[in-house]
Design a protein around this ligand. Structure first.
Ligand code: ADP
Length: 438
């Protein structure tokens, strides 16, 4: 481009020099050189001004038609915006093509995809959003997502602002039999992508798994009770030589019964969305836990129980006791003789916290993310030796989930562990008495 302007400028300069030269020649031949030169300069100026005026009008008209001699400076100047416009047009065409491809791809996605602004208004959605979420085009564009997909759970989740976890098992507004999993991905300033996936099949499979575990556990219960009953009927004096075998059989059948009971507890917890709620008097709970811990420890540990807040809980006494009891039993089972176990109930940053700390063997950080999974054990032999089923922490996690509470675990190998259950204020009951136990 620069080269063209350069050469066109040179041509124009030669034209101007030619006009001046002719004027000089005429001035020398005819006389009145100054006048001839003045006339030539005026001519060149008039021509330039005329071209400038045309150029201005042409720019204003946005026309792409160029009507000037090809190798002049003006032709080069005309060509610059024309070429720029052409390039801009080609870029725009490419962009439109890209946008079309993106839209057809997004429209073909089986998952409902909705673009929201930071206020939750709908900016765009694909065809699957109509099928799964019942959004209609174009009426629902600009509408608020929570107003169109009416579900208190979805609204709460959208307002919550923490979208690291998906929202699962949401009934589809278009069909109650469909179950959706929702995800939000913030992807640009003030823009969020909401993706809803049909998880009905997955949910059905999950249900089949739950039913299977519940049924198997239930079916195992009766034969186990029979085996257990007969084993208890055999007196040691009847067959002294079989006593070690009978003792082992009794231990194993007790362990199996415990596994079955824990599996049934888990199935029951999984099948529920909420639990019946009543006041859980924490002073009584702590006293019971102390008795249980002492019975399990048989004097091998120093056990202390303290209550620093008089808050009681709103929830299921049976399930909460089962969760707390699992934590206490773990602390006793995984702490060598002579260790300390501290059970406390306190208020911390507005949350009521049930804490069990021990000076036991601790858990390596690599195990912590999976520790609440069913049958996950750091050491199977140690768990078996101490009568564990590998289901205790799973039960704790489920019970806490049903109480919208959180479990935190801090642990250091060889130093000890602290398991804490944090309950939000919606679960608090202010009690009247304040006492310190042990
Ligand atoms: P288990 O019945 O095997 O104790 P849990 O689900 O209660 O199963 O615990 C899972 C695993 O977590 C245990 O096998 C044990 O390795 C580890 N664990 C749980 N509590 C403690 C604790 N207080 N100290 C050390 N390890 C623990």
């Amino acid at each position: 481009m620069n080269g063209r302007v350069e050469s066109a400028f040179a041509t124009s300069l030669w034209h101007a020099a030619g006009v001046i030269a002719v004027a000089m020649l005429l001035g020398l031949l005819v006389g009145g050189l100054a006048w001839w030169l003045f006339a030539a300069t005026a001519l060149l100026l008039a021509h330039t001004l005329r071209q400038l005026r045309r150029y201005g009008f042409w720019l204003q008209s946005n026309s792409r038609q160029v009507d000037v001699d090809d190798n002049t400076l003006w032709a080069a100047l005309y060509r610059i915006p024309v070429q720029r416009q052409r390039r801009e047009l080609a870029r725009r065409r490419r962009l439109i093509q890209l946008l079309r491809t993106f839209r057809t791809t997004a429209a073909a996605l089986p998952d409902a995809t909705v673009v929201l602004d930071d206020g939750g208004a709908i900016l765009w959605f694909n065809a699957a959003a109509t099928r799964l979420l019942g959004l209609s085009y174009p009426q629902d564009l600009g509408g608020h997502f929570s107003n169109l997909v009416r579900s208190p759970r979805v609204t709460r989740w959208l307002q919550n602002g923490d979208w690291s976890e998906s929202l699962v098992d949401v009934p589809a507004p278009t069909d109650d039999a469909l179950r959706l999993g929702l995800r939000i991905i913030p992807y640009a300033q003030g823009r969020r992508l909401l993706v809803a996936r049909d998880t009905s099949k997955l949910m059905q499979l999950e249900q089949v798994r739950r039913d299977f575990v519940a049924n198997v556990s239930h079916e195992l219960r009766t034969p186990l009770t029979v085996v257990h009953g007969y084993l208890d009927l055999i007196e040691p004096e009847q067959a002294p030589e079989l006593e070690p075998i009978l003792a082992e059989l009794r231990t194993q059948s007790r362990r199996m019964t415990q596994i079955v009971e824990d599996l049934l507890t888990l199935s029951r917890l999984e099948a529920q969305d909420s639990l019946p709620e009543e006041r859980v008097t924490m002073s009584t709970v702590l006293q019971t836990l102390r008795r249980e811990a002492e019975a399990l420890s048989l004097g091998r540990h120093v056990i202390s129980v303290s209550r620093h807040t008089d808050i009681d809980l709103r929830g299921s006494p049976k399930e909460l006791h089962s969760a707390f009891s699992n934590l206490v039993s773990n602390a006793v089972r995984y702490t060598p003789a002579g260790g300390r176990i501290e059970i406390s109930w306190e208020l911390h940053d507005g949350l009521a916290v049930f804490r069990v700390s021990d000076t036991g063997q601790g858990i390596a950080p690599s195990h912590l993310p999976r520790i609440t999974e069913r049958f996950y054990r750091v050491s199977s032999s140690r768990s078996r030796d101490t009568g564990g089923t590998g289901l205790g922490l799973s039960i704790v996690k489920h019970v806490l989930q049903l109480h919208q509470a959180r479990l935190t675990i801090e642990s250091e190998v060889g130093v000890g562990s602290t398991f804490a259950c944090h309950f939000g204020s919606e679960r608090h009951y202010a009690a009247t008495a304040h006492e310190e136990i042990g």
